[in-house]
Design a protein around this ligand. Structure first.
Ligand code: PLP
Length: 440
């Protein structure tokens, strides 16, 4: 596999950007080696600067549910940008995207567009605090919510803790307002609410945690979180930046049929352009300025080109059978991999070494023999070592996964049965040989 051009570009990039990148995971630190510089994408395939071709299961970390350079999305972007790229004034396209979302999603009544998932979550937290007039927030170890100060906090030791900051530069004062609990543990949440009675503004959770492996929760647990928030007059925030428009059009809220108080979106909503959003009941949303006193603004918020891309993409997502077809394809891929790696998950007495967890069109290869993995601490420490080997072998054979074992993979509308069969063959063989792969 030729890498000269990527290597040269990376050397240059290191002079310009910290670590040579504009977002840390791209640097390949967790898998080792040089990041591939991508030149173009079409459908389910991408090509790097050296001309190597890959079947892509990263899909820009989730946004590209239709695959790369979908003609409808590209057309919408071109047509819109020719009329001007930004006005800092309202445009009809914002109404159109909002209408498309709100008329097809019974869980929210009003929405506000921002420019990233981080911004959506940061604003939702401020809204929850402004609405409840409380300061503390409760989050979970194993969920990611972007890089705003309040949320760069990880668990300390103990069941209910004020976390430790997971980044330098986050003041202690922020950390002291963020309570961190393990996932899938009701007692921890109960303890937090009794310890901090009337102080907790909100619980924030990825209802389908997909940023630290795929830690699928039981509906019963999510319902419990909903109920304990109601009892304590705290708000429940679903961070659906990954799951929104991915697990069906109405995301995890629709999947569980549970109505949180606020939902955040990102990734898919912008059709590959930078868009985030948060939505809630009209009553809660009316606390946002200029209607209410919770301030939040953005020069490029509701950007027309990004709105047009979002409209084009979500219109496709709304077509009948769209999500069922994606899920079928994902199951097909997983079954083919399992066949090839010689692991039939139901075989009694045969120890599973690899288990593929999935929901909708998200999947995650776990190097574990556990039937369920529902919290961060259940992920085996050496699984990352296995992932690193697998990742390199996959690249050699033309299959691109995001360069981190904690990240999930995505199947898009553009993946063909042929893509999936070919990928399954590569993945299955590599998994089967994962120990010999150690020597590759
Ligand atoms: C990706 C992600 C974010 C952050 O979104 P950015 O657009 O990267 O700022 C927040 N929450 C969840 C659940 C995410 O998956």
């Amino acid at each position: 596999m030729k890498k000269d051009k990527s290597e040269k570009l990376f050397e240059k990039a290191k002079n310009y950007f910290p670590g040579g990148v504009n977002s840390p995971v791209r640097a390949f630190r967790s898998v080792g080696g040089t990041p591939l510089f991508i030149e173009r994408g079409k459908g389910s395939h991408i090509w790097d600067a050296d001309g190597n071709e890959y079947i892509d299961f990263c899909c820009s970390w989730g946004p590209l549910i239709l695959g790369h350079a979908n003609p409808k999305v590209v057309d919408a972007i071109k047509k819109t940008v020719e009329k001007g790229s930004s006005f800092g004034a309202p445009t009809e396209l914002e109404n159109k995207l909002a209408e498309l979302i709100l008329t097809n999603n019974k869980f929210i009544e009003k929405i506000r567009f921002v420019s990233s998932g981080t911004e959506a979550v940061m604003s939702a937290i401020r809204l929850a605090r402004g609405f409840t007039k409380r300061n503390k927030i409760l989050k979970f170890e194993g969920c990611y919510h972007g890089h705003s100060d309040s949320l760069l906090v990880k668990a300390g030791s103990g069941l209910v803790t004020f976390g430790n900051t997971s980044s330098a530069g986050v003041p202690e004062a922020f950390v002291n307002e963020t309570i961190v609990c393990p996932l899938n543990n009701k007692d921890a949440v109960k303890e937090a609410f009794s310890k901090f009675k009337n102080e907790i503004a909100c619980i924030i959770i990825e209802p389908i945690p997909a940023n630290n492996g795929l830690l699928l929760q039981d509906k019963d647990y999510i319902q419990f979180l909903h109920d304990i928030c109601t009892e304590n007059k705290s708000l429940l925030i679903f961070d659906e930046v990954i799951s929104g428009f991915r697990i069906g059009f109405t995301g995890a809220a629709g999947h569980y049929n549970i109505r949180p108080d606020i939902i955040t979106y990102g990734k898919i909503i912008g059709g590959g352009l930078p868009v985030g959003a948060y939505g809630a009941s009209a009553e809660i949303m009316n606390h946002i300025s200029p209607e209410g006193n919770v301030y939040q603004a953005g020069t490029l918020s509701g950007n027309p080109v990004a709105m047009a891309a979002g409209i084009a993409q979500l219109t496709e997502c709304l077509k009948p059978g769209f999500y069922a077809s994606l899920e079928r394809k994902t199951q097909f891929l997983i079954e083919e991999i399992n066949k090839l790696q010689g692991i039939i998950p139901i075989t009694i007495g045969k120890k599973l070494q690899v288990k593929i967890f999935s929901i909708g069109s998200i999947f995650w290869i776990a190097f574990s023999d556990k039937e369920k993995i529902q919290s961060a601490e259940e992920i085996a420490a050496d699984s990352i070592k296995h992932f690193r080997k697998m990742h390199h072998a996959l690249l050699e054979h033309g299959v691109y996964f995001g360069p981190s074992g904690y990240e999930v993979s995505f199947v898009s509308k553009a993946h063909t049965v042929e893509d999936l069969r070919k990928s399954a063959e590569v993945i299955g063989k590599i998994l089967k040989n994962i120990h010999s792969v150690e020597n590759m």
